[in-house]
Design a protein around this ligand. Structure first.
Ligand code: PGA
Length: 334
């Protein structure tokens, strides 16, 4: 029989961090995932859970096989944890408002491909801080760097960071690039396709100045190969349309492949060296002083980046991109 919890015992012995750890483990369903998200080690997470369980009067989880189940105490604590953490988040927001987030503006310059997540994240931020006026400027990689050099926005989101800006930008989420074809293309389902084979194909690429295009061209150049471009289009959605119409194969960020139209007719090819492992970065030019609003948005973006990455992991999106082959695979292509 577990000991009863005396009034005030949790207040004296438990910590808010333990409550947050518990809440993350409940939401992620796994100590490992919660540890990653909170940037803690697994033993630390387990120790925090144990301490919280001791304060509550009994273990919060039972492990059966590899699966975690909430005990009765754990079930009861779940709602309290959510309520306490929500109340604290609301309080933090209220204090932020006092400290200068009640009014102001935020201009964000982002590359074209970031349109699959940036408007949503900015929209959520603006709902939290309704007094802040937000603007989103979208252009390709070159356009955004131009805006940065002219100091026209508060923050910038790009994937490839120029060397001279490396200390001003930080990664917040993966941005892999994959090669796609229409579902009836001869290379669909082939394994380990060498780059040499791809140069026989016609590519539908983004326009000059696009970051994805640059990254893919650099990869082929590095292998001493030249891509044959059939068409350059300034929109990822237009590339998808052209690819499913059979005009050629495309190179796209996985964000584009997963969102928007026609993705059910696109197939990711299993090409050697792909997906290109890239990251989204957020930053600002040297010498710029970040406003309170820009700093708050950057922190929010880091949090959202962790959540979006975890969601993709959970949905098996990485695995899907890395093992693009169909089940009935012919032998490797030479
Ligand atoms: P782009 O940039 O939209 O200009 O291609 C995106 C990226 O670099 O991934």
């Amino acid at each position: 029989m577990h000991k009863r919890v005396g009034a005030g015992r949790l207040v004296r012995q438990a910590t808010l961090r333990q409550l947050q750890v518990f809440d993350r483990v409940v939401k992620r369903g796994s100590v490992t995932k919660a540890a990653e998200e909170l940037r803690l080690t697994q033993p630390t997470v387990s120790a925090q859970l144990k301490k919280l369980g001791d304060c509550v009067g009994g273990p919060l989880f039972e492990q059966v096989g590899r699966q975690l189940y909430l005990t009765q105490e754990g079930e009861l604590l779940t709602r309290t944890a959510v309520e306490v953490l929500d109340a604290l988040a609301r309080f933090e927001m209220a204090v932020d408002n006092l400290n200068g987030l009640s009014t102001g503006s935020l201009s964000l310059g982002v590359v074209t491909t970031a349109k699959y997540f940036a408007p949503r994240v900015l929209g959520e931020f603006s709902r939290m801080y309704p007094g802040i006026e937000v603007a989103l400027q979208i252009g390709n990689h070159s356009d955004v760097l131009q805006r940065l050099h002219e100091n026209r926005d508060d923050l910038y989101i790009v994937s490839t960071v120029p060397i001279d800006l490396e200390d001003r930008f930080q990664p917040f989420m993966p941005n892999p690039v994959v090669i796609v074809a229409s579902d009836d293309h001869a290379l669909v389902g082939k394994r380990n396709i060498p780059l040499e084979r791809l140069v026989q194909e016609r590519f539908i690429l983004r326009e000059e100045g696009s970051g994805v295009r640059r990254a893919v061209e650099a990869m082929f150049e590095g292998a001493g190969l030249e891509l044959h471009t059939r068409m350059a289009l300034s929109s990822n959605e237009a590339i998808k349309q052209a690819v499913v119409s059979g005009l050629g194969i495309g190179a796209l960020s996985l964000h584009s492949v997963r969102n928007g139209g026609v993705q059910d007719r696109l197939r990711i090819l299993d090409v050697r060296g792909f997906p290109l492992q890239r990251q989204w970065h957020v930053g600002y030019p040297a010498g710029k002083q970040l406003s309170v609003v820009a700093e708050a948005f950057r922190d929010y973006l880091f949090r959202q980046g962790r959540i979006m990455t975890a969601n993709w992991e959970e949905a098996g999106v990485w695995a899907q991109a890395c093992m693009a082959q169909s089940e009935a695979q012919p032998p490797a292509v030479d």
